[in-house]
Write a protein that binds this ligand. Structure first.
Ligand code: XIL
Length: 427
């Protein structure tokens, strides 16, 4: 059931298919035998997942942990309390969690004077109960702002608004989180500024200073949490991604020079099926540069969009997605600065990519990159990035299959692909 580390792409795809097949037909395997022995030695009685050799020593968190990595996922507390199977997957597989939406400013601030901590608190309580760390996402972003933001925020009060928000929210969770995405997606080179910063609401209100201000305020509120800058569109060697990586590097260099506290950079990793290591030589180098600056790197939101795949055959899509996961992870885990890997969702039943197609662009939607919707910030819907240059999104396709578990909570070939990739880490 394990794939050789040096499997070629083609080999992996055929093995991926074999794995999906083996799982579908419940075939035994070497991993299964090993797991059965572990369970005979007195552990809790094995459930269906244990019977597949994917829990305990076979889990993603165990394989990641053996190489000094955390593995986890984005999830909401309400899903954990309402869906026992998803909760069990999270307990079995994750050493770190992040709230998909509930700790963003919009959900967190129903009114200018009130805070809604319940969902974040519940996630932290779940983490405590099961020994799982929790990341905070996020303290500052141009999107998912509160509905009252546009009418309330002015150049005069924006500084206080930002400082109050971060002081209160990071203060509330002080000592309870592994890391915070302090600033999310502040770089967008197509906006044409020499520093590459996004011409978003916070920049318009406060100028580039909002970034150091956010990090300093976060450090003051929680001295021990790891402070992260998080962004997307930096995963390949396309012109746009290369420019964006360079701009982020400049931003981080400036922060280091000015002694602004920053501990890590998050690579969101919403990538498209078919990514290949040849597409990302510059990414490894860039991660190495961040390491040289004393920073850790996290993969914060990984999923693999299959809307550019040439057929609708689920087995073929699963194999190609698995291949892409394996290749991408193998490159990244072999960079010593990498410390954590999180997928953006647990199963294909709950993915932000679901229900996004087919059909026309919804009114007010912001497709990324690009952003040119003319909608007021905070009210527009954030949609996944469009397909890579030169490729078109196919229409009238079945639902996306971007995660490691399928919509019936069964591990896919992608699960084993990621697990095998963790094993290749020598860094
Ligand atoms: C997404 C959520 O998954 C969706 O449920 C929500 O509608 C929009 O935001 N980059 C980020 C995440 O930093 O916060 C986004 O999450 C996905 C893209």
């Amino acid at each position: 059931m394990t794939f050789g580390n040096r499997a070629t792409r083609r080999q992996f795809i055929s093995k991926g298919l074999a794995v999906s097949g083996a799982l579908a037909f419940g075939l035994p395997s070497a991993t299964f035998a090993a797991e059965a022995q572990i369970n005979q030695s007195g552990g809790p009685s094995p459930g269906p997942a244990a019977a597949m050799g994917i829990t305990g020593l076979g889990s993603l968190k165990a394989h990641a942990g053996a190489k000094g990595l955390l593995f986890g996922t984005a999830v909401e507390a309400h899903l954990l309390s309402s869906n026992a199977e998803v909760a069990q997957i999270v307990i079995d597989q994750c050493s770190i969690l992040v709230a998909e939406n509930s700790m963003k400013m919009g959900p967190m601030r129903p009114t200018p004077t009130t805070y809604s901590f319940e969902a974040g608190d519940a996630l932290v309580a779940f983490g405590d109960a099961h020994g799982i760390k929790v990341r905070g996402h996020n303290l500052n972003w141009h999107a998912q702002l509160p509905t009252w933001f546009n009418a309330t925020a002015t150049k005069d009060n924006a500084r206080q608004l930002l400082v109050d928000h971060i002081t209160t929210v990071a203060g509330h969770f002080k000592g309870k989180l592994h890391s915070w995405d302090v600033v999310n997606e502040a770089v967008n080179t197509p906006d044409g500024r020499p520093d590459g910063l996004r011409n978003g609401p916070w920049l318009k209100l406060l100028g580039p200073e909002f970034i150091p201000l956010a990090f300093r305020t976060a450090r003051a509120a929680d001295p021990d949490v790891l402070l992260t800058y998080n962004d997307y569109g930096i995963e390949t060697d396309s012109d746009g991604d290369v420019k964006k990586r360079a701009a982020i590097l400049e931003l981080v260099r400036g922060m280091k020079k000015d002694k602004v506290p920053i501990d890590a950079v998050g690579i969101q990793s919403h990538i498209h099926v078919g990514w290949s290591p040849a597409d990302s030589k510059g990414l490894r180098e860039w991660m190495g540069t961040l390491r040289g600056m004393g920073l850790k790197v996290f993969v914060t939101e990984m999923d693999i969009n299959d809307d550019t795949w040439k057929t609708d055959d689920p087995a073929e899509i699963d194999a190609a997605v698995a291949q892409t996961y394996h290749d991408y992870m193998e490159v990244l885990v072999n960079e010593p600065a990498l410390a954590a890997v999180l997928t953006w969702g647990v199963t294909d039943a709950h993915t932000w990519l679901a229900g996004r197609r087919p059909g026309p662009r919804p009114p007010g939607a912001i497709f990324r990159p690009g952003q040119a919707s003319g909608q007021a910030a905070g009210q527009a819907e954030v949609l996944p990035p469009g397909p890579p240059p030169g490729q078109t999104t196919q229409q009238h396709r079945p639902p996306e299959r971007p995660l490691l578990f399928d919509a019936n909570n069964k591990p896919k070939a992608a699960f084993f692909a990621v697990r095998d990739a963790f094993d290749t880490r020598t860094a």
